[in-house]
Ligand binder design. Structure first.
Ligand SMILES: Cc1cc2nc3c(=O)[nH]c(=O)nc-3n(C[C@H](O)[C@H](O)[C@H](O)COP(=O)(O)OP(=O)(O)OC[C@H]3O[C@@H](n4cnc5c(N)ncnc54)[C@H](O)[C@@H]3O)c2cc1C
Length: 312
């Protein structure tokens, strides 16, 4: 019998499993699909607490994740980059936002923007980083119909099933927020730019250069579930991002992706309920909160285990 089964092989489940293994647990991840077919694979996967309300726990998870990604990037973990970042904001004075990382500074904005927050942001390339996470742990391609399927095989189960957690945990606070992004060839950019929603059309824009391509975004459509990219939305994303970063003009489009962010009213649920540790509802910030969440999951899952032998 394994110590802990983690159900879910996206950012949240894989990261939690790696931490649990590092803490000495005998861990198995269950996911019916490989990481390339998760919502996590669609993510721009840049450290930033998108649409996350301030909460001391979430703030601590974000900081812990920032520190861990920075350490990993410097250690050469595959698929991790550190990017200079410009956050363009319409309002605000001298006060730092609650999420600001240690090197953040405020500079005067230009054009319609009142100020910029400049900072260094970790960026994960999911096609490389998620398989690297997966390679650190034991994974079985299995789906559960209910959480108790896994409880038959382990004394502790982590529920990291993203949007599916709404049904599996009977939690009606979970809802999708559709995101569409466009990938273009990188014309030589290395700075991430994120602009607050425009006053004209209410849409935000972000440009996140990776090694070979650039992620252009994006939408945040609460309640929408369609998985087909919408051509008009694609054109609007490309136009907004090119207006923001003119070097993108004419960059060939390499692909389009759509994913349903696993959002939850009240914020992520990371708590223990009997033999189940829930870890879902990270919305637009699953990468950003992944290592802090994994630390908390590990503490909750292994609580009370001291003094017992592995496998007890
Ligand atoms: C367009 C877009 C851009 C984004 N950009 C960012 C960003 O820049 N930064 C950031 O931090 N976040 C970003 N996000 C959000 C991020 O993608 C999510 O918060 C994150 O992927 C959630 O991870 P997860 O592991 O909870 O869920 P998922 O990645 O959905 O993983 C869920 C796992 O559970 C498994 N599962 C589901 N049902 C079952 C079952 N019955 N049995 C067994 N396994 C099951 C699935 O197969 C999967 O392995 C973005 C999202 C989108 C869509």
């Amino acid at each position: 019998m394994v110590n802990v089964i983690v159900i879910g092989g996206g950012f949240i489940g894989l990261t939690a499993a790696v931490r649990l293994a590092q803490a000495g647990a005998d861990v198995q991840v269950w996911s019916p699909v490989g990481p390339e077919r998760t919502v996590s694979a669609v993510a721009a996967a840049v450290w930033y607490p998108t649409r996350t309300d301030f909460d001391p726990r979430v703030c601590a998870w974000g900081r812990a994740t920032y520190d861990e990604f920075t350490r990993q990037a410097r250690a050469g973990v595959p698929g991790l980059l550190l990017r200079p970042t410009r956050n363009l904001e319409h309002a605000g004075g001298d006060e730092m936002p609650w999420w600001a990382p240690p090197d953040a500074r405020i500079v005067a904005g230009t054009g319609p923007y009142r100020r910029e927050i400049r900072f260094t942001a970790p960026l994960a390339e999911p096609a490389v980083y998620l398989p690297w996470l997966e390679s650190q742990v034991t994974v079985r391609r299995r789906a559960v119909r209910r959480l108790s399927d896994a409880l038959a095989e382990a004394p502790v189960v982590v529920n990291a099933t993203g949007l599916a957690a709404g049904r599996l945990a009977g939690d009606d606070a979970v809802y999708p927020a559709r995101g569409q992004i466009v990938l273009v060839r990188n014309p030589g950019l290395d700075t991430s730019v994120r602009a607050e929603a425009s006053r004209a059309d209410g849409m935000s824009a972000y440009v996140h250069p990776r090694t070979g391509d650039v992620v252009l975004g994006g939408t945040f459509e609460v309640g929408a579930t369609g998985l087909e990219p919408d051509p008009a939305t694609r054109d609007a994303i490309v136009a907004r991002c090119t207006a923001l970063v003119p070097e993108l003009a004419g960059a060939p489009i390499l692909g389009e992706k759509v994913g349903l962010r696993p959002c939850r009213r009240g914020g992520p649920r990371v708590e223990r309920d009997g033999a189940v540790v829930h870890a879902y509802g990270h919305g637009g910030a699953g990468m950003t909160l992944s290592w802090g969440t994994a630390d908390e999951v590990t503490r909750l899952a292994l609580a009370g285990r001291a003094g017992r032998g592995k496998g007890d």
